[in-house]
Design a protein around this ligand. Structure first.
Ligand SMILES: *[C@@H]1O[C@H](CO)[C@@H](O)[C@H](O)[C@H]1NC(C)=O
Ligand SMILES: *[C@@H]1O[C@H](CO)[C@@H](O)[C@H](O)[C@H]1NC(C)=O
Ligand SMILES: *[C@@H]1O[C@H](CO)[C@@H](O)[C@H](O)[C@H]1NC(C)=O
Length: 200
């Protein structure tokens, strides 16, 4: 055939053919962004568990509203609406991974303190399992897009000896974890909307 002047054109031809084949095949091509939906699903489960971390009804929570901030190691989520428009997938997901790991370690610690002081720990256990699943999904996504998975450090957390102390920490974690989950859902939805492969 005359059109192939050299082997490069021929290779190019093959590549285009291969691409055409991939795009026209009926099976959807796997998209790394397809993991965002299961991630959001985990966030919903974490929200459900985090509301139950302290076992207090809404009315009694008011008593704890103005407790001083005690867990300095909890991530501080800085967010603005403007930030949403300038998100970069690689940076947002790396940041998400660091936060998820931090919350995972805090809820794992909370579960141990609750066990120690003999208060129910099932919600903390559930939250930490879902945080682990979310962490795993985030890590796999980062690996798939060729992004380095950030190193995370273990927070140094206090020893808790009374049920009251444990309760205060659980209220604080519950509060911060819910804010984090809602914010993360917004970020993932925003990135999902911009995903190159979500609208097929
Ligand atoms: C993330 O990706 C953008 C391009 O999309 C690049 O400019 C930026 O340097 C990357 N950031 C990191 C931390 O790798
Ligand atoms: C997360 O990944 C680790 C390592 O691959 C695995 O051992 C663990 O079971 C996973 N956790 C969950 C909750 O899926
Ligand atoms: C739980 O109790 C054990 C044994 O008393 C203690 O070593 C550990 O530090 C306690 N953990 C927390 C998180 O308070």
């Amino acid at each position: 055939m005359k059109i192939f002047h050299d082997s490069t054109s021929f290779l190019l031809y093959l590549v285009i053919l291969a691409e055409l084949f991939v795009h026209s095949s009926s099976r959807p091509t796997p998209c790394p962004y397809s993991v965002f939906e299961p991630m959001i699903h985990q966030l919903d489960k974490i929200i459900t568990s985090s509301k139950k971390l302290h076992g207090l009804p809404e009315a009694e929570l008011v008593t704890f509203m103005d407790i001083e901030h005690k867990l300095d190691s909890l991530p501080v989520i800085k967010h603005t609406a403007a930030h949403l428009n300038s998100l970069k997938v690689n940076e947002s997901l790396s940041q998400l991974y660091v936060y998820v790991e931090s919350f995972r370690l805090h809820t794992k610690w909370l579960k141990t303190t609750q066990e120690n002081v003999s208060v129910p720990f099932q919600a903390a256990e559930g939250a930490s399992t879902h945080l682990e699943q979310l962490s795993n999904l985030t890590k796999k996504f980062l690996e798939k897009i060729g992004e380095q998975v950030p190193q995370t450090a273990s927070p140094s957390l206090p020893v808790v000896s009374t049920a009251f102390e444990s309760l205060r920490f659980s209220v604080e974690i519950s509060d911060r974890l819910q804010v984090f989950c809602h914010w993360s859902k917004r970020i993932l939805r925003q990135l999902q909307r911009r995903s190159p492969c979500s609208k097929h």
